[in-house]
Design a protein around this ligand. Sequence first.
Ligand SMILES: CC(C)(COP(=O)(O)OP(=O)(O)OC[C@H]1O[C@@H](n2cnc3c(N)ncnc32)[C@H](O)[C@@H]1OP(=O)(O)O)[C@@H](O)C(=O)NCCC(=O)NCCS
Ligand SMILES: CC(=O)OP(=O)(O)O
Length: 324
Amino acid sequence: MLEKLVETLKIKNKRLIYTEGCDPRILEAASRLHREGLLTPVLVGEPEAVRAAAENAGFDIEGIEIVDPMHYDGFEAMVDKMTELRKGKMTADECAAALKKANYFGTMYVKLGLADGLLGGATYSTADTVRPALQIVKTRPGSKIVSSCFIMDRTGADGKPERYAMADCAINLHPSAEELVEIAVETAKTASFFGIDPKVALLSYSTLGSGKGEDVDKVRAAAALLKDMDLPFPVEGELQFDAAFAPEVGKLKAPGSRVAGEANVFVFPDINAGNIGYKIAQRLGGFEAVGPILQGLAANINDLSRGCSAEEVYKMSIITAGME
Ligand SMILES: CC(C)(COP(=O)(O)OP(=O)(O)OC[C@H]1O[C@@H](n2cnc3c(N)ncnc32)[C@H](O)[C@@H]1OP(=O)(O)O)[C@@H](O)C(=O)NCCC(=O)NCCS
Ligand SMILES: CC(=O)OP(=O)(O)O
């Protein structure tokens, strides 16, 4: 999955800042990435505390840079820059207070070009990891919203690898039809990057008019907008998950559809469905969930699930540093 990115990283020597420098999973992944020469980790935290945490957990962080917001030489300049960026929205005092925290400090570190990317969320919630990025880094040109997707991987019962993309499981609470369109397009791009030939299903509790309700109307509207666009991949909606995924149900409920029964990119109608859905696939379905990979942000910043493993931190580090 990550071969392409690993090769890029070996050449580029990217700096990645971690907002939770004392977390054992972060320390394990950072130590491994440093040892393998894939990137230059920068850990945020009080240096003695970070070193003690590494020693307790048994990871070698010799030679890894540690930055402490409370004793950072460029702190005043950082406050001034953030105050300028947040003009009319946050005062200088509010920016100074925010920057004492690792999530805001790390985000400004990236904004100032001192690191190429940021990975956080091993202990910070998604909201606290993503909000500084939304406020300071903002969306990249051409994107109206930041969204997210998970790449879901497992080896099937027949021994063959299975890979799907699921979105938006982490950021947008109640996306509008237009926002679902943007989420679908961005997720298809992310899926392609990870080797999926996208067939996009817009999920619902209804298949092509079998159920009624405002939520169905929203998903139908998004599907109609997508079908009117000149996209290089097929889209279908609204579809129930069984109609999207199971070939025999797809044929029955949506005959003639190019996506039904074969979908590999699943766009959920809202964050309730998305977050619950990906965690069910992960915990009951045995899928490895890599993400949430942020889409539409003007910098390489990613979140982790607090339930992540060190291996997931390692993979998300490679994705965060390596994706353009
Ligand atoms: C992402 C999230 C934290 C933003 O919420 P918030 O901070 O209350 O949002 P606000 O409306 O106050 O907006 C804060 C800023 O972010 C921007 N913003 C909010 N959502 C955005 C989005 N999806 N894309 C781009 N920008 C966004 C706003 O424009 C605003 O910018 P400004 O301060 O410069 O005007 C919120 O949508 C959220 O909590 N999402 C769910 C997170 C979660 O719990 N996930 C489940 C586990 S993964
Ligand atoms: C993505 C996600 O659900 O994150 P967390 O488990 O940290 O809430």
